[in-house]
Design a protein around this ligand. Structure first.
Ligand SMILES: CCCCCCCCCCCCCCCCCCCC(=O)SCCNC(=O)CCNC(=O)[C@H](O)C(C)(C)COP(=O)(O)OP(=O)(O)OC[C@H]1O[C@@H](n2cnc3c(N)ncnc32)[C@H](O)[C@@H]1OP(=O)(O)O
Ligand SMILES: NC(=O)C1=CN([C@@H]2O[C@H](COP(=O)(O)OP(=O)(O)OC[C@H]3O[C@@H](n4cnc5c(N)ncnc54)[C@H](OP(=O)(O)O)[C@@H]3O)[C@@H](O)[C@H]2O)C=CC1
Length: 456
């Protein structure tokens, strides 16, 4: 609560922390590891449960993901049923729970397997067997995260006859748009780690579809929608569980190609400190082109840098960093290489149910989102709040980029001279080809110069 994120609320109400009570819990423990005293307090006074705890790791072993995302949800629903004054149970799912479909409606789809049956069968299997059968179980989903989130929705639906439930499905959650201030972000999840790696000049290439919709959703939009859904569920008590696809693509689409452009230009204007190279990343959907750039722009510079570190008596580290980055990118590419269509009618319906004043206070109208401005404050946010860099250091960071540019020019010149000496200067045929190419370039240059003089 001493975090900068709460500065605004602290200004408005210095005593705000007296309204908050922390309850210790461990999802993997029986009864969620909540003490008897806390259970009594919760069952006596809670009106609305917002369930967002989960593992969001894409490489989580299936058993663990099942325990955290499905069994813990089941346990919390059981606890919720004991709550004497419960009005609503809001479960946070993900828009990618059904990413094996191209068009996703605001309905709970039949689960890939009955959750209870899976829990029972995995119980007796050792981790090795579960690991071996995981790909068969998750089928056409990319990871255990999306698979277990789909199962969790089914578990929530099974309880919807007994309590009022609502399900929020955010897409790719990004930095804040407006509240409490633009650009707040505090982790490397989703695109944030990619933006930072590109801003540091480490990431130069990635597989993504330029024309696919980048369904980012600002975190404050998700929170405002979640709070509003809590109100609607408690007050209107819909007969069945309402699902809210909390997405931007259908309302205010923006594409990965545009994101790449704005991320790169933002980091050129506001560079990160101590960049490895000048920020200059490209996305491509072509596997072979991507592999070529990985070799030339990732592995080769990493080798040279590690060699330099070794020679200067330091521990090589760049290749290790790239290996980790490639692992992360490998897990994210599935989401940046294709697009999905989400129906978001319930989001619009909810907006129409709010009073004009509430619509302003709990703003989730993404039609007003200006993407270039948002991406700029997102990039600055990664600098300020994830990397804890100071904005006053920007002139020094720009100076560092200029130094890197000069190093690149020098390196390219040395390389050219080397190629000339080794390959071209030694063979008559290579020399002829070289002179031919150079004279052709000169002819083109003089032609363009002449034609531009004529036009002027
Ligand atoms: C070319 C650039 C131009 C830019 C334009 C194009 C951009 C395309 C971007 C595409 C992004 C697509 C994103 C799609 C996301 C879909 C989301 C679905 C929505 C959801 O419902 S859930 C939330 C999403 N979940 C995640 O994002 C979690 C993913 N992360 C993981 O699963 C693991 O962290 C991972 C990647 C397997 C790594 O595991 P491991 O090696 O064990 O490392 P740690 O997790 O312990 O982390 C170690 C260290 O690294 C930092 N870290 C974590 N992730 C990243 C990352 N992506 N990039 C850089 N660094 C990362 C982490 O904070 C740790 O730091 P420490 O300092 O604590 O050591
Ligand atoms: N980030 C995204 O892009 C998206 C996220 N979501 C969903 O939003 C929700 C929140 O995700 P996000 O904030 O990004 O993820 P975080 O990892 O930041 O938050 C997960 C929360 O779960 C808690 N948690 C995890 N494991 C345990 C455990 N064993 N026992 C007790 N608590 C635990 C964490 O507590 P602690 O901090 O103490 O570890 C943390 O508060 C999740 O349900 C996720 O599926 C949906 C779509 C997109």
């Amino acid at each position: 609560m001493s975090c900068q994120l709460f500065d605004r609320v602290r200004e408005d109400n210095p005593d705000f922390h007296s309204k908050i009570m922390a309850v210790s819990s461990e999802l993997t423990q029986p009864g969620l590891g909540i003490s008897t005293q806390d259970v009594e307090r919760l069952t006596a006074c809670i009106n609305i449960v917002f369930h967002c705890a989960a593992t969001i790791r894409f490489d989580e072993p299936l058993k663990h993901a099942l325990q955290l995302n499905v069994m813990a949800t089941q346990e919390l629903l059981s606890l919720a049923q004991q709550m004497q004054h419960l009005e609503a149970f809001i479960h946070i799912s993900t828009a990618y729970a059904n990413c094996n479909r191209r068009h996703i409606d605001e309905v709970i789809y039949p689960p890939p397997v009955e959750p209870k049956k899976l829990i029972d069968s995995l119980e007796w299997m050792d981790d090795g067997i579960v690991h071996d059968i995981t790909p068969r179980l998750i089928g056409d989903r990319p990871n255990t995260y999306t698979y277990t989130k789909a199962l969790a929705e089914c578990v929530v639906q099974q309880e919807s006859a007994k309590i009022n439930v609502g399900i929020i499905r955010p897409s790719i959650v990004g930095a804040s748009w407006q509240e409490p201030f633009p650009g707040w972000i505090d982790n490397f999840n989703g695109p944030s780690g990619i933006f930072i790696a590109a801003g540091k000049g480490i990431l130069r290439t990635m597989r993504a579809n330029n024309d696919a919709v980048a369904d980012l959703i600002p975190v404050d939009v998700v929170i405002n929608l979640t709070l509003s859904a809590g109100w609607y569920t408690a007050v209107h008590k819909p007969k069945s569980a309402l699902v809210y696809n909390c997405t931007t693509g259908g309302i205010n689409p923006f594409h990965w190609g545009e994101i790449e452009h704005h991320v790169m230009s933002s980091f050129k204007r506001n560079p990160l400190e101590q960049a490895f190279r000048r920020p200059n990343a490209n996305i491509t959907s072509n596997y072979l082109i991507n592999q070529y750039w990985i070799l030339v722009s990732h592995k080769f510079p990493a080798l040279i840098y590690d060699l330099f570190l070794r020679l200067s008596g330091q521990k090589p580290q760049m290749m290790r960093i790239f290996n980790r980055l490639h692992k992360a990118i490998g897990l994210l590419e599935y989401f940046s290489s294709q697009d999905w269509e989400w129906n978001s009618d319930n989001m619009s319906m909810l907006m129409s149910q709010l009073s004009p004043e509430d619509r302003k206070t709990f703003n989730f109208d993404v039609r007003q989102l200006n993407w270039p401005e948002y991406i700029e404050s997102y990039c600055i946010g990664t600098k300020k709040y994830v990397l804890n860099e100071d904005m006053s250091d920007i002139p020094a960071a720009r100076q560092h980029l200029r130094k890197l540019r000069n190093i690149r020019y020098t390196f390219n010149t040395v390389l050219l001279v080397f190629i000339w000496r080794v390959f071209i200067a030694r063979s008559q045929m290579a020399r002829n080809i070289w002179y031919f190419v150079v004279s052709l370039c000169f002819k083109f240059l003089s032609y363009f110069r002449a034609s531009s003089t004529l036009t002027n």
